[in-house]
Design a binder for this molecule. Structure first.
Ligand code: HEC
Length: 162
């Protein structure tokens, strides 16, 4: 093999490794750092963090609303509340924010939106509050798994995240 050809291969290999590393960072790792409590900190801007936490409080209100509506046997209200946090609600996420999220976080997040759509569908075919509450309990497995593994920090904060 000529030297130029070898160099060409070497360069391609280096570029390919670089691309894979970049893809890994963007798609799998996101912008994260470990935390002393054992969870992974997802680093966001202060605004993004406030927005995500606001959405989280909204999710808790949804869970509360669905629980009460199910107990009242109000399946229409269950549908309305669940649909409002379904996949449609996730479609407006900014690409800049999505890039910072690790793959598992995105998967759990999207899985949660999808699970609420599935719950809305279930509410169209059942009148049984216990069935809704049982599914709600399963959906909340996503909330608890994500909370067990992740916390949110502010990027560029040079001190250890509190
Ligand atoms: C993909 C990950 C993920 C999922 C799924 C998730 N959360 Fe969270 N949630 C977080 C993170 C990260 C925080 C911040 C925790 C921290 O920094 O200590 C948080 C914080 C919260 C907070 C606190 C908000 C505040 O103002 O501090 C509430 C309430 C909450 N989540 C509710 C829920 C509920 C209810 C669900 C399920 C329906 C849910 N979350 C699903 C990741 C998730």
């Amino acid at each position: 093999m000529k030297l130029g050809c070898k160099l060409g291969w070497l360069l391609s290999a280096v570029l390919a490794i670089g691309l894979v590393a970049m893809a890994y960072t963007f798609l799998v790792v996101g912008t994260t750092e470990p935390h002393a409590d054992g969870r992974t900190v997802v680093l966001l801007s202060a605004d993004e963090r406030n927005k995500v936490l606001g959405a989280m409080r909204g999710l808790l209100e949804t869970v509360q609303g669905i629980t009460l509506a199910a107990i009242d046997g109000d399946m229409e209200e269950v549908q309305t509340l669940a649909t409002a946090v379904g996949m449609a609600a996730a479609s407006g996420e900014s690409p800049a924010l999505i890039r910072k999220l690790p793959l598992e976080f995105k998967t759990l997040g999207m899985g949660t939106h999808q699970a609420f759509d599935d719950l809305a569908t279930l509410a169209t075919v059942t009148e049984d509050p216990l069935e809704i509450l049982g599914e709600m309990g399963k959906v909340m497995g996503n909330c608890t798994s994500c909370h067990a593994g992740y916390r949110l920090g502010i990027e560029g904060a040079d001190k250890e995240q509190p």
